[in-house]
Design a protein around this ligand. Structure first.
Ligand SMILES: Cc1ncc(COP(=O)(O)O)c(C=O)c1O
Length: 455
């Protein structure tokens, strides 16, 4: 923490998800440029970015076509908005593109309407507001409660931090707010009973969800939010039969399904949408991050024609649809997103993920034998490696030991950026990563693990 930039950082910057007190001592890692899947610090050291930044830089850190699209748009129209019936071509084209890409909604109206915002949190917050608007429109004013899952991550606004099922997002913020309920996290390794199969575990969790809905009164429960693969809660891949069982419960009680595709969207799980990987037919879908390959803030909430029609009626009665952000569908962000979608299509990004995913998943699974590793889990190009104190009993390390953070710090020392979620190390590399880069990433991770184990 000796560079001039580091000293300026600690003088003024308020860092998200950082121990602010410790940061004053340790200072930041200042990244100055990117090249493909790598980023470089001030001293010119390279790091393989094993997290695509924050699960978002799908095309890496230096895609020239995104820069060109940005420049073209700024030269043409630097700002316009969508309020009061104004419009612009980047937003129109991006809405069209997303509606065309939306996952099939078997037996449901297609997700044909798109409302833009700037972040995943705003997209999910918007979904909550639309659910309220919709249920009021169709004469169900009591049906407002939202269920999410423990260890879910849906954002940090007052409403979405409430949905997020992580203590650090609630403590001292006086959250969760009223009307938000949490049900089980579907993590078989941690939550299953001894000898319980994945199917039996899934059935038990669906029973618990149904019991919760019945206890609250189905007429009061509006929606269930789910990430197809839970990300920030520690990369939790749904166990066999899980979504099938959950969806049956939701259908029985007329509870809407919101698929939070902020991480899973645009190829991460080996299909364009996590909803396709796990057979979800959401009523609302939210996406962000890889929508613009992480190169501009933009998110989208996709809703069905049914929900749209209710909004149309409400806005006619009230005189206006009273929601939207200054930068909803910002032309710069929309232009970059359109170019990202074009690149995904031209390079067949889903096929790229499928081609390299076995090397990534099998490579990480080889660490399952490592003395520090309890479980390796993942799908496509997202994975989690959970560290344990005792492999046989799955006993975790005491939280004060901060084992996950230590391994992440060692990985950084060895030129790999990954993220510790408690004692789970998350991997979510750029979708353009090649097999050689995966091998190098695994070598660097192995060095960090071995050093942590004192080998
Ligand atoms: C699944 C999921 N939903 C929502 C969010 C919130 O997105 P943002 O940080 O853009 O508000 C995130 C962020 O990591 C996420 O992973």
């Amino acid at each position: 923490m000796t560079t001039a930039a580091a000293r300026r950082d600690i003088a003024h910057l308020f860092h998200p998800y950082t121990n602010l007190a410790r940061h004053q001592e340790t200072g930041p890692l200042v990244i100055v440029r990117g090249e493909g899947v790598r980023v470089f610090d001030e001293a010119g050291r390279d790091y393989i970015e094993g997290m695509a930044g924050l699960w978002c830089a799908a095309l890496g850190f230096s895609e020239p076509r995104l820069a060109q699209a940005a420049a073209r748009q700024l030269e043409t129209l630097g700002f316009y908005h969508l309020f009061g019936s104004k419009s612009h071509l980047p937003a129109i084209e991006l809405a069209e593109a997303l509606a065309a890409l939306a996952p099939e909604a078997a037996g449901k109206a297609p997700l044909s309407r798109v409302l833009f915002a700037n972040s995943g949190s705003e997209a999910n917050d918007t979904a909550i507001k639309l659910i309220r608007y919709y249920n009021n429109a169709i004469g169900r004013p009591a049906k407002k409660k939202i269920i999410s899952r423990r260890r879910a991550y849906h954002g940090v606004t007052v409403a979405t931090a409430s949905l997020t099922g992580l203590p650090v997002n609630h403590r001292e913020f006086d959250l969760p707010m009223a009307g938000v309920l949490h049900t089980d996290c579907p993590h078989h390794y941690r939550e299953a009973r001894p000898g319980e199969s994945e199917q039996a575990f899934s059935a038990r969790l669906a029973d618990n969800l149904e019991a919760l809905i019945l206890a609250e009164g189905p007429e009061t429960v509006a929606a269930f939010f789910a990430e197809p693969v839970m990300g920030a809660g520690g990369v939790v891949v749904p166990p066999a039969g899980y979504f099938e069982a959950i969806l049956a419960v939701l259908r029985r009680h007329d509870v809407l399904l919101v698929a939070d595709e902020v991480i899973c969207g645009f190829g991460r799980t080996g299909n364009l949408w996590g909803s396709q990987t796990y057979g979800l037919a959401p009523d609302i879908l939210t996406c962000a991050k890889a929508l613009s390959a992480g190169s501009a803030p933009i998110s989208a909430t996709l809703v069905s024609e049914t929900i749209w029609q209710a909004c149309v009626g409400q806005s006619a009665t009230i005189g206006s649809f009273g929601h939207g952000f200054t930068y909803s569908g910002h032309p710069l962000s929309a232009a970059i997103a359109l170019e990202a979608l074009k690149i995904y299509r031209e390079r067949d990004i889903v096929a790229c993920v499928r081609r390299v995913a076995p090397r990534f998943q099998e490579g990480l699974r080889r660490f399952a034998d490592h003395p520090l590793v309890g479980e390796v889990r993942g799908v496509g190009l997202v994975a989690g490696v959970e560290l344990v104190a005792d492999k046989a009993t799955k006993e975790p390390f005491p939280p004060a030991r901060t084992m996950g953070a230590q391994v992440a710090a060692l990985a950084q020392k060895h030129g790999l950026i990954i993220r510790a979620m408690g004692d789970t190390l998350a991997f979510s590399p750029p979708l353009i990563i090649g097999e050689g880069e995966i091998d190098e990433m695994l070598i660097r991770f192995g060095r960090a693990l071995d050093e942590a184990a004192g080998a």
